[in-house]
Design a protein around this ligand. Structure first.
Ligand code: MRU
Length: 362
């Protein structure tokens, strides 16, 4: 998608030097647009851990490029197999919740199985990282093509009046390299001339909604309004939301959806008001091993200071007294029964084991 009219993706290989990986620094947006260079495994690991890059699909692809950088960092063939498994193990620890991280690392590790030399490992890991990136861009594009049909349908029912969509956090192109998951149908609808408007939850404590989603939508000229996180229920009660569209960091094979903290409350409010609640996600965000999201998905707990301080244009400001303890759970799980449907790269299906199995044949 575009920034100041120029097309960008959130990660790419430096055109002049294949050994450098470029990323957009998401910690600085929307106040500063800065491009950073990843040159080593540690650079990639830290970028994921400190959320310079974030969002499930982008985390996975950055990890894949990080493994390629790790291969560049190894100077001889001695113990190459052990080296590969140790960097893969370490990379998986960068963040715990988004399953795309393990998905991408496992994919690279499988491709590297049996390699004898560092040179071979470099070639294979590079090709694999590029392939995973292309796959994620393709997934996001297809999610948009399938999801736009829901928006078209609502628009028809409303005789062309504005379709109001509520979203939480940033499941946009910044999180996904291009198009986004939850935002992809919105961009497609906007490009088709459908009248859409997005309610953007600000998404405390890191404000991925007000900082990133609002920025993306503004850059694409999509009408939107930033709202405090507690506003959605009120809007729903007053007929001001037609559809809730969110992303996912990990969805179980039974359709339980783990997404940014606060998503579950939106699903409850949507159910109480008979508003469709859809989750847009690529298959790389489905954990086919898990069946109970609440019990089994590891929920990241982040630094207290993200809650204690707000990080704005002018820097950090304290919001809570020094002595008050805070809690900072990064994600929550919306049980499948509250999810109207899943918008995937293969089409739209119900949030149930049977429907997911039918869609993905696993
Ligand atoms: O903590 P983050 O910013 O990496 O969280 C990811 C998210 O933005 C979401 O929860 C998102 O909705 C899913 S990623 C497409």
């Amino acid at each position: 998608m575009r920034i100041n009219g120029q097309h960008f993706e959130t990660i790419w290989v430096d055109r002049n030097n294949k050994e450098k990986i470029k990323i957009i620094d998401q910690q600085k947006l929307p106040f500063r647009f800065e491009i950073k260079t990843l040159s080593t495994f540690d650079d990639a690991f830290s970028a994921i851990k400190d959320m310079t890059v974030r969002g499930a699909p982008l985390i996975g692809v950055t990890a894949a490029f990080g493994l390629y950088l790790a291969m560049l960092g190894k100077t001889n063939d001695e113990g190459v197999a052990d080296y590969i498994s140790s960097v893969c193990e370490k990379m998986k620890m960068a963040r715990p919740t988004a399953i795309n991280l393990a998905w991408a690392v496992n994919w690279v590790e499988k491709e590297l199985r049996g390699v004898q030399s560092v040179e071979e490992a470099r070639i294979i890991s590079f090709k694999t990282a590029v392939k995973l990136k292309e796959m994620e861009v393709g997934y996001s594009n297809s999610i948009g093509e399938h999801g736009v049909r829901l928006i078209e349908e609502i628009s028809k029912q409303k005789n062309g009046e504005t379709v109001n969509i509520l979203t939480h956090c940033n499941a946009g192109w910044l999180a996904c390299i291009d198009w986004g998951t939850a935002t992809s149908p919105v961009y497609k609808a906007h490009q088709k001339g459908i009248d859409v408007h997005v309610w953007v939850d600000e998404t405390r404590p890191r404000n991925q909604g007000s900082k990133l989603t609002a920025y993306e939508l503004a850059q694409e000229g999509v009408p939107h309004t930033v709202i405090p996180d507690n506003t959605g229920g009120h809007l729903m009660q007053h007929g001001m939301v037609d559809l809730v569209l969110v992303g996912s960091d990990r969805t179980t094979r039974t359709g339980d959806v783990c997404n940014k903290i606060g998503t579950y409350l939106k699903a409850l409010a949507a159910r109480d008001n008979n508003i469709p609640f859809y989750v847009a996600l690529p298959s790389s965000s489905i954990d086919f091993e898990l069946s109970d999201g609440i019990k089994e998905i590891p929920v990241e707990q982040r630094d207290d200071d993200e809650v204690r301080f707000a990080d704005g244009k002018e820097g950090k400001t304290q919001l809570a007294p020094d002595g008050s303890p805070v809690a900072n759970y990064g994600f929550d799980v919306t049980p499948s029964r509250l999810v109207t449907g899943l918008i995937t790269e293969l089409g739209i299906c119900g949030a149930s084991e049977g429907e997911i199995q039918r869609m993905f044949g696993k």
